[in-house]
Design a protein around this ligand. Structure first.
Ligand code: ES4
Ligand code: ZN
Length: 319
């Protein structure tokens, strides 16, 4: 059992386990290639980001009503609590649903109900709205404006999906709007894209955290910037293994280098239903593979709290 931690990098659509996928498909009359949970799990196998994103996107088709989103969120928050998560900042991709004709209110209110339920059980939880970068900046602005009436239901914006070819600078305007609304800003960068994408996320989008950021290690000046400004990196080891964005052995993961460089890194799960584990599994597996001592494990948990957008008083209570 791992100690308490904050989960800062998890996509709610990436928590769709095969059994819930089948149940929602049946309920909503959606065709699946198979209704056998084991066969479905076998399709949860990829070696590149784009192959994963194709399966991830196809499976979102079963999510249609606010009850579906509430149930997805509910399942996640219960599993997260069992993993030791006391603070969760959960990404959602409204464009993945709105473009299938699902009202944005169903997405946000459904997930919001799950957030309320998790809070009533004692967890600190919030939502972060992500833009699908491959749909471009105009679509991002459009969904942002559609979400503004629901502004109280999310604390920040993020940027995810296919990275290479969609640099952060494309999203300058919508991030400026988000900043003006007092929203937090994060972005996936340096997962498949190079260090230049991390620079842009910092300089053009003004992000407070970098999601992944592994490839920042290729640029010593960038490493110095991240260290000096205390920019958090949300690292997802089992995701990196599944998508080959790190060496194929967890024992060769760059986490120790990140720690030695003095970077504010913490461990997260990304898409736990697809990558073989929730945050507790990620923590346990890096501890075992990299032979991390208790002090380092405490440091990783403390970093997760320090990097969170929870109120200062809450953070002080956790560290
Ligand atoms: C994602 Cl692993 C990953 N990378 C980029 N975008 C994503 N959306 C969901 N998971
Ligand atoms: Zn991610």
């Amino acid at each position: 059992m791992m100690g308490p931690t904050a989960e800062l990098h998890v996509h709610i659509e990436g928590t769709l386990e095969p059994d819930l996928l089948v149940r929602l498909a049946r309920r909503n009359g959606i065709d699946l290639p198979t209704y056998d949970v084991d066969e479905l799990r076998a399709t949860y196998a990829f070696t590149r980001l784009q192959d994963f994103l194709d399966v991830y996107e196809a499976n979102t088709a079963v999510l249609r009503t606010d009850e579906d989103f509430a149930e997805l969120g509910e399942m996640y928050f219960r599993r997260a609590a069992a993993a030791g998560v006391v603070r969760a900042e959960v990404f959602f991709d409204p464009q993945a649903h709105v473009r299938r004709g699902v009202p944005i209110e169903a997405v946000v209110e459904g997930l919001g109900a799950a957030v309320d339920a998790a809070r009533s059980r004692g967890m600190s939880a919030d939502l972060i709205l992500c833009f699908l970068r491959d749909l471009g900046p105009e679509a991002a602005m459009e969904v942002f404006e559609a979400a503004l009436p629901l502004r109280d239901r999310f604390i920040g914006v993020g940027l995810d999906s296919t990275e290479v070819g969609y640099p952060p600078s494309l999203f300058r305007d919508v991030y400026a709007r988000a900043a003006a609304e007092g929203l937090h800003r994060v972005a996936h960068a340096g997962e498949e894209g190079g260090p230049d994408y991390v620079w842009e996320a910092l300089d053009v989008l003004g992000v407070e955290r970098i999601d992944h950021g592994n490839r920042a290690l290729e640029d010593p000046a960038l490493v110095a910037r991240l260290r000096d400004e205390g920019v958090a990196l949300t690292v997802c080891p089992l995701s990196n293994l599944a998508l080959r964005t790190a060496p194929p052995e967890l024992s060769a993961h760059p986490l120790p280098v990140m720690l030695e460089e003095g970077l504010l890194v913490s461990i997260h799960s990304d898409d736990p239903a697809y990558f073989g584990g929730y945050v507790d599994d990620n923590l346990q597996q890096v501890r075992d593979a990299l032979q991390l001592d208790d002090e380092t494990m405490r440091r990783l948990a403390e970093n997760s709290f320090v990097s969170s957008f929870a109120p200062r008083a809450q953070v002080d209570g956790w560290i």
